[in-house]
Design a protein around this ligand. Structure first.
Ligand SMILES: [Zn+2]
Length: 682
């Protein structure tokens, strides 16, 4: 776009400087545009750098640490009341350099109390009594549960010298256990909790707001008290659970025993430890063949219903699942699940099973689910790093479109995306609550690549980068570094949609395959760890061998765009001068596509140009041409005198632009919307 206002403002500012200095002769004018070129640091990341837990290599620092929490859970489902009762023991390994004077507990089911803050428009299926805790001990000592309730907004301040072992805020989504005897650094503590939770049913709005269909199908998620993350950036993670923003959990081992009526099939995170106790001999025989081929096999068919047919005989059965290193645990059960299975072949590792459990009348939603999940597991394993878990399960139910370790609540519709989440946040475990773009955004980007691979076409990332220019300036847009838990009405754009636009532009600078290679190296560096955004930014800048501070600053910390245009083109002799202007605050390289007359003098090569074919060339100038502060840059083309018919700025549509119509010369009187992107979207 072409706004002259900035130029006249600059003149005023320059004039003011002259007046202030009193002497006009030696004053240089302010730049038209001051470009910030570093990555802003917050106090949290400064502290981490100082402590050596993270550093500007973008790799885990020499002093990096993270908590580990190992869970042993016994849970019983009572279908008549839709209630799960559980007893859990959590071994908390305090690997931090601090002695912990409290433990923070995540009690997500309290979002169903109806008394805690929730982000609109997320509506629970029903209000319940939330997470009911009846007994709690720390290292065998009873915790006082009748302490006065905390305000509904959160856990309250950390008491510096608690005199009594007590829990605060059990009526909120983040409770605090005050410890008169701290957990010393490099030691561990055992937390035991007895609890129960009614699974909400009915017509809820938003993921995770409905966890059952009637009293015959259940998808328990966020279903047990979890120990919050304590990290080097913020200490305890005190963020409340508001609904849309997702999670930040410790890695650890889960040993889970689930007691359900016989005949009900259970699926979940981990590997089934006792198939001979809960499955029929027929089902076990069928399972033993799953890894033999890509065939989708039926393990329990629609006509195999009830104790002795769907499962082993009996009144109730206890399913024992174990997962070694995961950051959450989810499961599902139904009175009449059909169970199918196939396999995916993970490069460098071999075949792993893909399980699918669904209601018989919904089989059509799972007809292609196996092949889609297989493609996702194999494709993303090649793109980033091999799928590390021993299985993947797709679970049917009201929660459709949600991810957990080894488990996705999804049918074929979201199978590619939800499987993609096994890489982030399940293997590379970002803080989703604050920085949802590091899992949802990366996932949206790789879904584009997976979809193209499914069509057996090269991916086309031309277009998304430029399209951001039409969104930039929307007042409701929070910068990506703003805490997504409070992102507001543009949460979806901030968390999901903007990242592929950013990575489209990055590919326009360094090449898409370079972006993907660097991203894969980053994934390897942070597998089963908790990277911050800064770790990603510094790692990528180093891996790409580019000074990208300016790029990360404008994309992540601001909502600015480039807004490039061609202002003027003049020819003298064999030279053509192209005046390019950028009205936005974000700079970009200057990329010009030059289309020549079909005949005339031979094309003389230019150092920074690539001849595409006999009649066109692409000329590139690095972003550095803007760093001196001018808003205009004159590109002098000399291809030996062949007549130029058309010049296009940003021909691959990678740089955010409010009005791409002024990117062409000669300027057409009216540019149809289709032509504005020059067919960039393929
Ligand atoms: Zn997602």
């Amino acid at each position: 776009m072409t706004v002259r206002l900035t130029r006249s403002l600059m003149s005023l500012a320059a004039l003011a400087t002259v007046w202030a200095n009193g002497a006009a002769q030696t004053t240089s004018p302010l730049p038209e545009r001051a470009i910030r070129r570093d990555i802003p640091l917050t106090n949290a990341i400064r502290r981490a750098f100082a402590a050596g837990t993270r550093d500007s290599t973008g790799r885990p620092g020499r002093n990096y640490w993270q908590l580990r929490t190992d869970y042993t859970i016994s849970a019983r489902l009572d279908a008549a009341t839709s209630r799960i009762s559980g007893r859990e023991s959590v071994l908390i390994h305090n690997t931090s350099p601090d002695s912990l004077t409290s433990i923070l507990l995540r009690l997500d089911p309290n979002i169903f109390l109806g008394t805690v803050p929730r982000a609109a428009p997320w509506v629970p299926a029903e209000n319940t009594d939330g997470m009911v805790i009846t007994r709690m001990t720390v290292n065998g000592e009873a915790v006082n549960l009748s302490a006065p309730p905390a305000p509904p907004g959160g856990p309250g301040p950390d008491p510096t010298r608690p005199t009594e072992l007590r829990a605060l805020g059990l009526n909120t989504t983040v409770a605090r256990i005050a410890l008169p005897t701290p957990i010393a650094r490099r030691s561990s503590a055992t937390l035991e909790i007895d609890w129960s939770f009614k699974l909400p049913g009915g017509p809820g709005a938003g993921h995770r707001m409905t966890m059952r269909w009637g009293d015959t199908l259940y998808q328990p998620t966020q279903w047990f008290p979890r120990v919050a993350v304590y990290d080097d950036l913020r200490g305890w993670d005190t963020e409340v659970y508001l609904g849309p923003s997702e999670f930040y959990n410790n890695f650890g081992r889960f040993d889970v025993k689930i007691d359900v009526p016989a005949g009900w099939i259970v699926s979940g995170t981990g590997v089934l430890q006792n198939p001979e106790e809960v499955l029929t001999p027929a089902a076990r025989e069928r399972l033993s063949r799953v890894l033999e081929s890509d065939v989708v096999r039926t393990i329990v068919g629609p006509d195999e219903v009830g104790p002795g047919k769907a499962t082993a005989a009996g009144d109730r059965l206890v399913w024992h699942l174990v997962a070694d290193t995961v950051n959450d645990f989810a499961w599902a059960t139904a009175k009449q699940y059909v169970w199918q299975a196939t396999r995916a072949t993970i490069p460098g590792k071999g075949p792993v099973p893909i399980h699918m459990v669904f209601l018989p009348e919904r089989a059509r939603f799972y007809a292609n689910a196996g092949p889609i999940a297989r493609h996702a597991l194999e494709f993303y394993s090649r793109l980033w790093m091999p799928y590390e878990f021993p299985q993947l399960t797709l679970q049917d139910g009201p929660s459709a479109g949600m991810e957990y370790p080894m488990v996705i609540n999804s049918n074929q519709g979201a199978a590619d995306h939800e499987t993609g989440h096994q890489w982030w946040p399940m293997m590379v475990s970002n803080n989703e609550t604050w920085y949802g773009w590091m899992d949802e955004g990366f996932n949206q980007y790789m879904n584009i690549l997976s979809a193209a691979d499914t069509r057996q076409q090269p991916p086309n990332l031309d277009g998304p980068g430029q399209s951001y220019g039409r969104i930039s300036g929307t007042e409701a847009e929070p910068p990506m570094m703003w805490n997504a838990n409070y992102a507001g009405p543009m949460y979806g754009f901030q968390t999901y949609s903007k990242t592929p636009l950013m990575l489209s532009m990055l590919g326009g600078i360094v090449g898409d395959s370079a972006v993907q290679r660097a991203h894969a190296e980053w994934a390897w560096a942070w597998a089963f760890k908790h990277p911050s955004p800064w770790d990603y930014l510094f790692f990528m800048s180093n891996a790409l061998k580019h000074d990208l501070g300016w790029f990360w600053y404008y994309w992540l910390f601001t909502t600015e765009s480039v807004d490039g245009s061609i202002q003027d083109v003049t020819t003298a002799g064999s030279q053509t001068s192209v005046v390019v202007r950028q009205d936005g605050q974000m700079p970009s390289p200057v990329v010009l596509k030059v289309q020549f007359a079909p005949t005339g003098p031979a094309l003389r090569p230019m150092r920074n140009a690539t001849v595409v074919d006999g009649v066109s060339a692409v000329v590139t100038y690095p972003v550095d041409v803007w760093f001196a502060g001018s808003r205009t840059f004159t590109a002098v083309l000399d291809f030996g005198g062949r007549a130029i018919e058309r010049i296009t700025l940003d021909p691959y549509c990678r740089f955010p632009d409010r009005d791409p119509g002024d990117n062409a010369w000669p300027r057409e009187a009216a540019v149809p919307a289709q032509a504005q992107t020059g067919g960039c979207r393929g």
